[in-house]
Design a protein around this ligand. Structure first.
Ligand SMILES: C[S@@+](CC[C@H](N)C(=O)[O-])C[C@H]1O[C@@H](n2cnc3c(N)ncnc32)[C@H](O)[C@@H]1O
Length: 204
């Protein structure tokens, strides 16, 4: 597999993905999406910069891992999104805060995916994320779940989160550089409780 990294794999988080429609925004090599598809059969779409070589590389990585090529969307942050009505319950991303000058565009894309979300069918229920201490966070879709590990200036990091909040999104730091971002309407449904360490769900 020509994958350089799989950053979310390093943190010990459990997600119970009961709602299966997920997109891996800015997926790079596609490693995380391929892992989620292979290990948990998550219905996942990849997306990255509008670039044919990146798309080809993700296709290659899918095939190299004995997987049908995942649906892919070419999208450069801030550009009109090729899908008018996004219906991904969960948008995941890792390691995407390196490009400070692009934060406004990134916020624009994230806002679009969360604010224009239309539920695909009448599934009910919440997404449950369990941290390593056993605390469960339940959130109503759509959610944007992101992690990052690289060192960037503290000021830079808050520029992104402030930008999200200015556009009406709510940012919740779940710890270990994992963030849950939702639109205000759905953020009212975010609930936290401790499960004493039970292990339902997916381990990252
Ligand atoms: C550090 S890599 C992280 C990739 C992947 N998320 C991972 O963790 O392996 C950053 C990614 O951001 C994408 N990217 C950079 N600028 C972008 C932009 N303006 N619009 C969309 N994607 C962009 C790059 O193509 C690259 O895949």
């Amino acid at each position: 597999m020509r994958c350089k990294s799989a950053p979310m794999g390093r943190s010990r988080w459990r997600w119970s993905i009961r709602r299966e429609s997920t997109t891996s925004l800015t997926c790079g090599t596609g490693a995380l999406a391929i892992f989620l598809r292979k290990a948990f059969e998550v219905n996942i779409t990849t997306s990255d910069y509008d670039d044919g070589e990146i798309e080809k590389n993700i296709s290659y990585n899918c095939r190299a891992n004995a997987l049908d090529v995942l649906p892919h969307i070419r999208h450069t942050w801030g550009d009109p999104f090729p899908v008018c009505t996004p219906n991904w319950d969960i948008v995941i991303a890792s390691d995407i805060l390196l490009y400070v000058k692009q934060y406004d565009n990134l916020v624009k894309t994230v806002s679009f995916l969360l604010n224009e979300y239309k539920q695909k069918d009448h599934k009910s229920g919440c997404i449950t994320i369990t941290d390593k201490s056993g605390t469960q966070i339940s959130a109503k879709p759509p959610v944007f779940l992101m992690s990052w590990r690289r060192r960037i200036g503290k000021g830079h990091q808050s520029l992104f989160f402030d930008g999200c909040e200015k556009t009406g999104l709510q940012v919740q730091h779940l710890g270990d550089l994992v963030y849950l971002i939702s639109n205000k309407q759905e953020a009212d449904f975010v609930e936290t409780k401790s499960d004493g360490g039970s292990s339902e769900g997916m381990i990252f």
